[in-house]
Design a protein around this ligand. Structure first.
Ligand SMILES: CC(C)(COP(=O)(O)OP(=O)(O)OC[C@H]1O[C@@H](n2cnc3c(N)ncnc32)[C@H](O)[C@@H]1OP(=O)(O)O)[C@@H](O)C(=O)NCCC(=O)NCCS
Length: 171
């Protein structure tokens, strides 16, 4: 299985949104959390298949900063991605997602290693649901530690109580 890591092209926008929606749905949709398909679609605008507006938003982001996204590709299929997406007080937030059919095969590790080596001196943080134990273990392997909790993450009273942690690669 040859994994190619490359910069993004605007034509990757559909797959980026699809893979993000799979991650969101797989991690969060649950009668226990109270997060429903309708909530994910209507409040977060995350759906499968992804909606045209969101695909378009991602296409524009890629055109503006093609090097922010790293894409993992196998046999010309997009199977994962990572992006640096917002900067606050010296710290970058980022997101990483792997296609649900390809998780646990080392693709996330390859993406994350290349991403961090691109920015060896940057401080990064990521927001993770406490229930996402695979995600927490994944980031811990790259030196991230839980440094706090986030409130109101979901911007919705029905689900704001869900425990969310902040993981950082710095003290
Ligand atoms: C988290 C994610 C990006 C990791 O990518 P991946 O390609 O699946 O990860 P890898 O195969 O490189 O695994 C790396 C490490 O992650 C952890 N991990 C990955 N999948 C796991 C699972 N199902 N259960 C427990 N740990 C897991 C392990 O520590 C693993 O190391 P090991 O193989 O030495 O045990 C991917 O699983 C994913 O997209 N998940 C859904 C979306 C998501 O949670 N994104 C992060 C939101 S904050």
């Amino acid at each position: 299985m040859k994994i190619l890591i490359r910069s993004a092209q605007p034509t990757d926008a559909y797959d980026i949104r699809r893979i993000q929606a799979e991650g969101w749905i797989d991690n969060n949709l649950s009668p226990v959390t109270g997060i429903t398909q309708e909530y994910i679609a209507q409040v977060l605008k995350i759906s499968l298949p992804p909606c045209a507006d969101k695909i378009n938003e991602t296409q524009i982001l890629i055109e503006q900063s093609p090097d922010e996204y790293l894409i993992a590709e196998i046999d010309k299929n997009v199977v994962g991605w990572v992006v640096r997406h917002s900067y606050t007080e010296g710290v970058w937030a980022f997101g990483i997602y792997v296609d649900r059919l390809y998780r646990g095969k080392g693709i996330g590790t390859k993406l994350m290693a290349q991403f961090l080596s691109k920015y060896p001196d940057e401080k990064f943080k990521i927001i993770v649901s406490k229930s996402n134990t695979a995600g927490i273990r994944f980031y811990t392997g790259f030196g991230f530690q839980i440094r706090g909790e986030k409130k109101d993450h979901f911007n919705d009273d029905a689900v704001n109580h869900l425990p969310i942690v902040i993981m950082q690669n710095y003290d």
